[in-house]
Design a protein around this ligand. Sequence first.
Ligand code: F6P
Length: 365
Amino acid sequence: VAEPKRIGILTGGGDCPGLNAAIRAVAKTAMIDQGWTVFGIEDGYAGFVEGRGRTLQYIDVSGILARGGTILGTSNRANPFAWRDPYSDGPPEDKSDLAVENFERWNLDALVCIGGDGSLTIANGLSEKGIPVVGVPKTIDNDLMETDLTFGFDSAVANAVDAIDKIHTTAQSHHRVMMVETMGRTVGWLALTAGLASGADVILVPEIEYDLEVVARKVLERSHRGQRFSIVVVAEGIGIHQSGRYNGGRTRVGGVSHEVACWMRETTGLETRVAILGHLQRGGIPTAFDRVLATRFGAEAVRLVAEGRFGRMASLRGSRVESVPIVDAIRRPKSVPLDSPLIHVARSVGTCFGDHVEGIQCASN
Ligand code: F6P
């Protein structure tokens, strides 16, 4: 019989719906299935370096499945390998040895990191330093390689669609062009999926080069045809690619739709408004889909620890949950492929992507 283990768990990076479902799944599977103890590290890598955490009791993870956010807390910018003191302007320092010391002081046998690309890159670094790590992929951006989906994405899409449905009725009443900006960082998954689900007239994503003249033609044609409003879903990342401001993941993005709206107003003369959905997309309760996915990923993480398969991340392939090396998942952001069936079907129902597509008269749809 294997020795009972004591595993650490942390949530890193931006929060998203389903984190608590994943924490619960890891903790309950570890406690019930394996008879292990679980140590919750507070505020992600900040707590790991600063030595903050607590042993989780069963009661701590009971009743949290449907709750948004993370009971452990998270930190967006805390990186043990490039630690920035919040009270000084000095250069970043490598404090990863402190994390290793805490791991040993807490008597942990393994660490479960629930995170997106940034947090899993750090997890990979810790794994290279000898900490037995497994990863659980989360992010509303859905930009991790080697998994079809991350949990959090479906809930963010649902939140965005709910908002766009509401914007639709006011756009219709006032005969306005509404620019709705979604999150997603460098990729267009969220904008594309939410735009498709809410019947957006135009979707602008970083993966597709767009020409605003094409967009202007589309909304003007709609207007001349008596459809006196348009919904334009704008992925926040289009600004990064246009301006070249993106510096590899950590630049704060958002707000590009104001520039697009300004141009649109001046060019078309149509009344135009902007709605930036922002953190609304990341808040609230997870969808049933995300609860199930987070639970499956959490259980898989415990299985990986039990089997000693470290440096791996739970992943969804079709309907199966399996695992992949963390390094493969963080190689680069997973963008929407240009031959994505989602793009194809959106075009087939007349959605404009602002590009010049041969054979498809974007503006006349
Ligand atoms: O990566 C998740 C995400 O919500 C992105 O879609 C967005 O660009 C970013 O985080 C926002 O980060 P913050 O909460 O630090 O403003």
